[in-house]
Design a protein around this ligand. Structure first.
Ligand code: ATP
Ligand code: MG
Length: 425
């Protein structure tokens, strides 16, 4: 790799300056990964006339998703605009080279063949790259002296890019560095304010967002993020729903600063699969959560509200009925722990029977902190969203969760013991 412009590079990125087949930089938000690779690419183009590079993402719906705009601003910043020609879809580099921008999901091994003579492949947001994409691209960039660059914010240890570079057998010809905001000399005051706020406001996610840690997940969690991510569906993939249920886990005290009320809407598709549709969870007075639960019921055109009534069952029902007298309510009273109730539902996810319609970050954060031994999340937080989810899905999948014959296990026993249905008056 050669350089010709005198572009300053933060110290932690210096190992990336020497030639190497694989170059990786991982870390948290604002560590300068994107800017540094963009600087290096512009510098390389000037130093090596005719250089050809592909800038890769897993999904590139439009050029707005790509690093094209960043490269353009770097070309201007380094006052080399006269050497480049910026076109609508690509950038012509000095000496007749080219920089192109692609999403690997739009490609096959065949279509990638046209990139065999390229010198650099730069993969941005490489945590999203699938194993298939990685397998496709690695042999594509095969010109002698060619390099593959990756920058990513780690998500899971099981993500293909993490396994490749941070697993037990990284490629021998690779250099991988870790960068964080505190090693970025260009870190801005605006980003610092964001960081400081996150440190206080969401301590459980701070390490992931800003320090490059994997997404928090308890050891032995009964749900895992990969299953949740893989199960996601979009509007086009939604079937017709034959039953819609609102699950409610009311807070145990009326103090507005106390627990949240978990309010989760789920539906059963005509295809027999469960779908998590909305998360309406809220903090506040009984009037507030009950109002939201009824609003969720109306909004989703639901069939029934399922509510946990271990504490103050009658009060909960009354609060709901004050808002709407004739409301179909199923009251659930259980004697077993939250995690025991959650396990059969987690098993449905593992079987691929439940999908999330979009993403529910707060709910999903709670799900991956639930283990077979109990809740492993922050002590001051109660997993109300998971509880609401579990009540609602259990209502949709009664047969799967309660055994038809054989000895009654603790879960079934407790569940049947406490089950009490009142539908309207
Ligand atoms: N070489 C540089 N020249 C000028 N500004 C820089 C440079 N490197 C980083 N910065 C500043 O630091 C900020 C964060 O850098 P960058 O966007 O490259 O981080 P990142 O590691 O890619 O983070 P993210 O995870 O948010 O994508 C930029 O918005 C920019 O303001
Ligand atoms: Mg970036």
């Amino acid at each position: 790799m050669s350089r010709s412009l005198d572009i300053p590079v933060a110290e932690c990125f210096e190992p990336l300056l020497a030639p190497m087949r694989y170059k990786g930089a991982w870390g948290g938000r604002g560590s300068g990964k994107s800017h540094t690779f963009a600087d290096l690419l512009v510098d390389n183009c000037v130093a090596r006339p005719g250089l050809r590079a592909i800038c890769i993402r897993e999904v590139q719906k439009s050029l707005k998703d790509s690093v094209k705009f960043l490269l353009e601003s770097k070309i201007n910043e380094h006052e080399v605009g006269h050497l480049f020609k910026i076109r609508k879809d690509d950038i012509v580099t000095p000496g007749g080279g080219l920089i192109v921008f692609i999403g690997l999901q739009d490609h096959t091994a065949e279509s990638l063949k046209s990139f065999e003579g390229f010198d650099v492949a730069y993969v941005e947001e490489a945590q999203s790259i699938t194993a298939r994409s990685l397998e496709l691209m690695r042999p594509t960039v095969r010109k002698p002296g060619s390099e593959l660059w990756f920058s990513w914010n780690p998500r899971h240890a099981s993500d293909p890019v993490d396994m490749l570079f941070r697993g037990p057998n990284p490629p021998p010809d690779s250099v991988v560095i870790n960068a964080n905001y505190d090693s970025n000399p260009f870190f801005t005051a605006e980003l610092e304010a964001e960081r400081a706020h996150d440190e206080i406001a969401q301590p459980d996610r701070y390490g992931h967002i800003w320090l490059g840690h994997h997404e928090p997940m308890a050891i032995g969690a009964i749900w895992d993020r990969l299953t949740l991510h893989q199960g996601r569906v979009t509007a086009e993939q939604m079937p017709e729903l034959e039953r819609i249920v609102v699950g409610v886990d009311p807070p145990t005290t009326a103090n507005p600063g106390s627990d949240e009320a978990g309010i989760i809407v789920v539906g059963l598709g005509v295809n027999g699969r469960g779908y998590v549709l909305e998360d309406f969870s809220t903090r506040g007075t009984p009037e507030k959560w009950a109002g939201r639960a009824v609003a969720a019921y109306d909004h989703a055109d639901a069939d029934v509200i399922v509510i946990e009534t271990n504490q103050g069952g009658l009060m909960c029902e009354l609060t709901l009925r004050t808002i709407r007298r004739e409301l179909p309510i199923i009251m659930v009273h259980t004697k077993i722990g939250k995690h025991l109730r959650a396990e059969p539902v987690a098993a449905l996810y593992k079987l691929g029977r439940v999908s999330h319609f979009g993403a529910f970050p707060e709910l999903e954060d709670q799900m991956v902190m639930m283990t077979a031994a109990g809740w492993e999340g922050p002590e001051h937080v109660s997993p109300d969203r998971v509880d609401a989810l579990v009540y609602a899905l259990t209502e949709l999948f009664p047969k799967l969760i309660r055994k038809k014959s054989g000895p009654v296990d603790t879960f079934d026993e407790a569940w049947e013991y406490g089950r009490n249905t009142t539908t309207g008056y």
